[in-house]
Design a protein around this ligand. Structure first.
Ligand SMILES: *Cc1c(COP(=O)(O)O)cnc(C)c1O
Length: 399
C-alpha cells in the first residue's frame, strides 16, 4: 500500500505539533514555534486558554450532544447573544465555514423563492474568492485549482473582479439573487474590500431587491479589531457566514441573517445533525465571554497597529524582499517582491526560525496571530521575520 492512511490532499510540512500553550506550539521533540498562524485564524485565544478549556471540559461532562430534535437552551442562548452583537435577527449553527456558506447560499435562494422571484438564483461572486470546499462553495469561486476535476458544479454563480464595482453591477440581470463577497479576502491575499465597493454593492442590493451576503468566516469575529469586519465600512449585510475564530478551535460555524432575508428558512428547509450541539455552544459561549470583555477588541486594534508599525519600520532594511502591507487589525498581510515566493519564505521562517505564518494568494505572507498576543510576541515576531529575511535574501538574489 502506498496511499497514506490519511488522504494526502494537503502538502503537510514537517511541523508536527503535539502541544500548545498561549501563542506557542511544540513539536514531537519539544521544538518551539511562535504561532502567528493560529490554525488559520481559528485559535483566537491562543492554545489552552483556561476559560475555553474549562467550558469544554465542563460541558463534555454535563451534556455533549442530543440532536436538533430537542429544544436547545444552549443554542438559543448563544444565538441570542450573537444577534445582540450583530446586524442579524437569527442564526443557524454549523460545524464549519463552508457549511455556513452553504446555508447562506440556500437562505439567499429561498428568499427569492418565497418572495415571488424564484428565477433569482444567481449570486455574483468575485475573482480570487475562497468560500470553502463543498460543491456549493467551490462553485462560488472561479479559482480553477479548487474546481478542476469536480465538474459539473452548481449553476447560479457569476464572477467579477474583486473591488470592481462597475463590473459587478454590469452582471446584474433578472436572475440575480445578490452578491456574495468576503469583506476581506483571506486565502486570496488579505485584500480588503474598498469602502466604495462595499457601499456600492449595498446600494445596488437596496435598489434592485437583492441580498448582500458577506463571507466573514476568516475576517469576522474580532479578527480586525471589530466584532465584524463590515463595521469598518458603514454597511450591514442581509446574510453573513462566520466560523474559524467563533469557538477558538472547536468546530463551529454560523450563518447569520436578518428576519427579512431568512424569510424562506422555515421548518424542514435546512438542518444539521451536529450543528450547534451543547458542546459546541459551550465553546462558543466561552469565546464570546472573552471577546465581549471591555477592552478586548481595543486590544486587537492596538496590537494590529503595533504589528503594522513594527513591520513597517523594519521593511526598508529588506526592500529586496518586502513590497507592501495589507489587511486590518490582526488580519495582516505582507506582500513580497516578485522575486521571492511567499510559500518558500513561509517555509523558511517555519523551518529555520521557528515562526509560523501562512501563505496566501498574490504572493502574500498571511499573519494571523492569536488575538491575545502581547507586545513581546510582536517584538519576537519582528525579530524572527527580520532574521528570516536576512538569511533568506541570498536565495532570493540567486534565484
Ligand atoms: C476558511 C474559509 C472558509 C471555509 O471554512 P471551513 O471551516 O474550512 O469549511 C470559507 N470562507 C472563508 C472566507 C474562509 O476563510
Amino acid at each position: 500500500m502506498s496511499t497514506p492512511a490519511l488522504m494526502p490532499v494537503y502538502p503537510r510540512c514537517g511541523v508536527r505539533p503535539v502541544r500548545g500553550e498561549g501563542c506557542y506550539l511544540y513539536g514531537e521533540q519539544g521544538e518551539q514555534y511562535l504561532d502567528f498562524a493560529a490554525g488559520i485564524a481559528v485559535n483566537a485565544l491562543g492554545h489552552g486558554h483556561p476559560k475555553l478549556v474549562e467550558a469544554i471540559a465542563k460541558q463534555a461532562a454535563t451534556l455533549m450532544h442530543v440532536s436538533n430534535l430537542y429544544g436547545s437552551p444552549q443554542g438559543e442562548h448563544l444565538a441570542q447573544r450573537i444577534v445582540e452583537n450583530s446586524f442579524a435577527d437569527t442564526v443557524f449553527f454549523t460545524n464549519s465555514g463552508t457549511e455556513a456558506v452553504e446555508c447562506a447560499i440556500k437562505t439567499a435562494r429561498r428568499y427569492h423563492f418565497v418572495t415571488g422571484d424564484p428565477q433569482r438564483t444567481t449570486l455574483i461572486t468575485f475573482n480570487n474568492a475562497f468560500h470553502g470546499r463543498t460543491m456549493g462553495a467551490i462553485s462560488a469561486t472561479n479559482q480553477s485549482k479548487m474546481r478542476d476535476g469536480f465538474e459539473p458544479l452548481l449553476p447560479g454563480f457569476a464572477y467579477a473582479p474583486f473591488n470592481d464595482l462597475e463590473a459587478a453591477l454590469a452582471l446584474i440581470d433578472d436572475t440575480t439573487a445578490g452578491f456574495m463577497v468576503e469583506t476581506i479576502q483571506g486565502e486570496g491575499g488579505v485584500s480588503a474590500a474598498t469602502t466604495e465597493f462595499l457601499q456600492g454593492l449595498r446600494k445596488a442590493c437596496d435598489e434592485h431587491g437583492l441580498l448582500l451576503v458577506l463571507d466573514e468566516v476568516q475576517c469576522g469575529y474580532g479578527r480586525t479589531g471589530k466584532m465584524w469586519a463590515y463595521e469598518h465600512y458603514g454597511v450591514t449585510p442581509d446574510i453573513l457566514s462566520s466560523a474559524k475564530g467563533i469557538a477558538g478551535g472547536f468546530p463551529l460555524g454560523a450563518c447569520l441573517a436578518t428576519e427579512e432575508a431568512a424569510k424562506g428558512m422555515v421548518f424542514g428547509t435546512h438542518g444539521s445533525t451536529y450543528g450547534g450541539n451543547p458542546l459546541a455552544m459551550a465553546a462558543g459561549e466561552a469565546i464570546l465571554d472573552v471577546m465581549l470583555e471591555p477592552g478586548f477588541l481595543d486590544h486587537v486594534t492596538a496590537m494590529g497597529d503595533r504589528l503594522r508599525a513594527s513591520v513597517e519600520q523594519m521593511m526598508p532594511n529588506h526592500d529586496d524582499m518586502f513590497d507592501s502591507l495589507r489587511g486590518k487589525g490582526l488580519m495582516f498581510g505582507i506582500k513580497l517582491k516578485d522575486a521571492v515566493v511567499a510559500r518558500d519564505f513561509v517555509a523558511h521562517l517555519r523551518d529555520n526560525h521557528g515562526l509560523l505564518t501562512v501563505s496566501a494568494g498574490e504572493n502574500v505572507v498571511r499573519v494571523l496571530p492569536p488575538l491575545v498576543i502581547e507586545e513581546a510576541h510582536i517584538a519576537e515576531f519582528v525579530q524572527k521575520l527580520s532574521d528570516g529575511a536576512r538569511s533568506f535574501a541570498p536565495v532570493a538574489v540567486a534565484a
